[in-house]
Design a protein around this ligand. Structure first.
Ligand code: PAD
Ligand code: ZN
Length: 365
């Protein structure tokens, strides 16, 4: 039995309980968790925005160490450090074969997978086939990306979602070039990763937007040229910062209809708005038919920052190793499993940056 944070039903407060791990299949790995980031999508699984099967072990952004290897796995050994991969492409479906592995059919269907049991024998589910808010988990071999030595467990965890999504939105989806203007709405782990990528791409101006004024110092330290508090008149203010045009690329990293609309309205004529935030099924974004024509903007959903984790995580590792990418400033709080509900409270209030859950990382190197 291991300790895990389990959501028993929708709209309920998750609790730390003892769970029985799934049986290790021939193609599986047993992973000892080292660190796990708390992502807004974890909270979204408890409030009806995203609907996994319940009861479910939450958590999907994590690093760990291989503790046990299934009999059919021959390319990874006990003791290997890994990033857990909630979006592992199948490499066989139409999307994978047409160079869009982030839209893979298997990933699309995997909100949760059956795995393990509660102490009373009730079958459990693992969020996004990972279930990272647990001392240990069992995942398929394809559910991890091996790490080179020397990457700290906390930043390794962030690569599993925030960095793939936020950095990838700028680098892969938008392919931001030097000198282009960018606006980023929402400065949590995802928006801050996008901000770091925009700075590294040489973008400017980089306008960072949040409801929390305390985010200004972090935003400026990470490369924002301007910080604005959210309100509906932002498109006008942003045009004032961009020679009356609006930005080339707007990134919505909140997941609300009003911020999606404002982000779209902040882009220039012919500009692009990427919706990274995950909103509710029952909330609609209304855009005037005339404006849609007139502004000739692109409005695009943005899944996993158009990333291929097997390609991109090693690239982020070499950027960390060479000192060009520093993810530590994205982490504001550290906790154990019992502190995750407090991290959810901070997210509801728009407070803090990434919270990292730290486990006894014995063996992680
Ligand atoms: P977070 O809760 O850590 O940060 C959200 C930020 O938005 C906070 O700083 C808030 O203060 C801020 N905010 C709230 N309301 C507003 C507003 N009206 N205007 C401006 N800022 C506001 O979340 P996160 O960074 O973990 O995740 C952000 C979104 O990205 C969330 O919807 C999550 O579900 C989504 C996501 N998308 C993907 C993907 O593949 N597209 C992957 C992972 C997460
Ligand atoms: Zn996430």
């Amino acid at each position: 039995m291991v300790k895990a944070l389990v959501a028993h039903e929708p709209e309920s407060k998750p609790e730390v309980v003892e769970v029985e791990l799934p049986v290790l299949g021939p193609g599986d790995l047993r992973i000892g968790l080292a660190a796990a980031g708390v992502c807004h999508s974890d909270l979204s699984m408890t409030n009806g925005t995203v609907t996994p099967k319940f009861p479910v072990v939450l958590g999907h952004e994590a690093s760990g160490v291989v503790l046990e290897v299934g009999s059919a796995v021959d390319d990874i050994e006990v003791g290997a450090p890994v990033v857990l991969n909630w979006a592992a492409p199948c490499r066989r479906c139409w999307f994978c074969l047409n160079a869009q592995p982030w839209l893979c059919r298997r990933v699309e269907k995997t909100v949760s997978t059956p795995g393990g049991k509660l102490a009373d024998g009730t079958p459990l589910n693992l969020a996004l086939a990972v279930g990272a808010f647990a001392e240990e988990t069992v995942v398929p071999r394809w559910g991890v990306v091996p790490l080179p030595p020397g990457i700290p467990a906390d930043v390794a965890a962030l690569m599993g979602c925030a960095v793939l999504t936020g950095f990838g939105a700028v680098r892969n989806s938008a392919q931001v070039r030097s000198g282009e203007s960018v606006a980023i709405f929402g400065l949590g782990g995802i928006g801050l990763s996008a901000l770091v990528a925009a700075r590294m791409a040489g973008a400017g101006p980089i306008v960072a937007i949040d409801i929390n004024p305390e985010k200004e110092a972090t935003a400026r330290a990470l490369g924002a040229t301007d910080f604005l508090l959210y309100d509906d008149s932002l498109p006008k203010t942003i045009r004032g910062l961009t020679e009356r045009r609006g930005v080339d690329h707007a990134f919505e990293c909140v997941g609300r209809p009003e911020t999606i609309h404002t982000a779209w309205s902040s882009a220039r004529r012919g500009g692009k708005c990427f919706v990274v935030g995950v909103g509710r099924r029952d909330q609609a974004v209304e855009i005037s038919a005339l404006e849609l024509y007139h502004y000739a903007r692109e409005l695009s959903g943005c899944a996993l920052g158009s990333s291929d984790p097997d390609r991109d995580i090693p690239m982020y590792c070499s950027m960390i190793g060479s000192g060009s990418l520093d993810l530590q400033p994205l982490i504001s709080h550290r906790t154990d499993l019992d502190g995750i509900n407090d991290a959810f409270d901070r997210m509801r209030a728009g407070e803090g940056l990434r919270t990292v859950v730290e486990f006894d990382a014995e063996g992680f190197r």
